[in-house]
Design a protein around this ligand. Structure first.
Ligand code: NAD
Length: 246
């Protein structure tokens, strides 16, 4: 049912974004693969998508930069003739306890993880309103609900994403644009590979299902949220976290 639709996935050269881009392609969606730094990895994702029979291209843009985002959205609409699905996935961490967190660490994380969502959502809105159709999925995090020592910047951004999701959902509902969030728990990606074995063992104790998730677990829920099965859902945050939040 998604065949022929078009999507832009931010931060899609690896990890969760990559899994989402490939899952959408499996459903017949054409995908713009946004990346910030690693063009080679992004081209690998493009090749995988093309092998699945969908169209794809890689596009470099910093989601924190509104001009680059506007150009990226224009290029996507020019290439596919529409923009039906936006997945705001790009994100970074710069952890540290509040006493030691530098202003620059705060700004960088807020600008990428929260302002980036604002920039991309703002840039697609006119096109989606014109189409009277759109599906926006924002990737938040379990810590945006629970809080997490050492991540004041990241937690504030991810909690902000949940509030932004609800507001966009209310603003855009009458144009058939649904806006939902997914809040992953701890997922095996480059982001969590950096954690020490001790921290991973501690984390496992907090996860009722007693295992880390996979990028594909998040991609499956995004697939559901952009499908017709989720047509009557907007403003929601789905927790995909092994039961951490319940
Ligand atoms: P990752 O580091 O593997 O991937 C993040 C991607 O975002 C990278 O490709 C990176 O290049 C890209 N990116 C970073 N800054 C960017 C920018 N300014 N513009 C464009 N792209 C940029 O991490 P991941 O684990 O795949 O995380 C994906 C999303 O899921 C993030 O928003 C993250 O906060 C969220 N998340 C991850 C976990 C987890 O356990 N891995 C848990 C909760 C939420």
């Amino acid at each position: 049912m998604l065949k022929g639709k078009s999507a832009l996935v931010t931060g899609a050269s690896r990890g969760i974004g990559r899994a989402i881009a490939i899952e959408l392609a499996r459903q017949g969606v054409n995908v713009a693969v946004n990346f910030a730094g690693n063009a080679e990895k992004a081209e690998e994702v493009v090749a995988e998508i093309k092998a699945l029979g969908s169209q794809a291209f890689a596009i470099k843009a910093d989601v924190a930069n509104s001009e680059e985002v506007a150009a990226m959205v224009k290029e996507t609409v020019d290439a596919f003739g529409s923009l039906d699905i936006l997945v705001n996935n790009a994100g970074i961490t710069r952890d540290g306890l509040i006493m030691r967190m530098k202003e620059d660490d705060w700004d960088a994380v807020i600008n990428t993880n929260l302002k980036g969502v604002f920039n991309c959502a703002k840039a697609v809105t006119r096109q989606m309103m014109k189409q009277r159709y759109g599906r926006i999925i924002n990737i938040s995090s379990v810590v945006g609900v629970l809080g997490n020592a050492g991540q004041a910047n990241y937690v504030a951004a991810k909690a902000g994403v949940i509030g932004l999701t609800k507001t966009l959902a209310r603003e855009l509902a009458n144009r058939n644009i649904n806006v939902n969030a997914v809040a992953p728990g701890f997922i095996e990606t480059d982001m969590t590979n950096e954690l020490s074995e001790d921290i991973k063992q501690e984390l496992l104790k907090q996860i009722p299902l007693a295992k880390l998730g996979k990028a594909e677990d998040i991609a499956a829920v995004v697939r559901f949220l952009v499908s017709e099965d989720a047509n009557y859902m907007t403003g929601q945050t789905l927790h995909v976290d092994g039961g951490m939040v319940m």
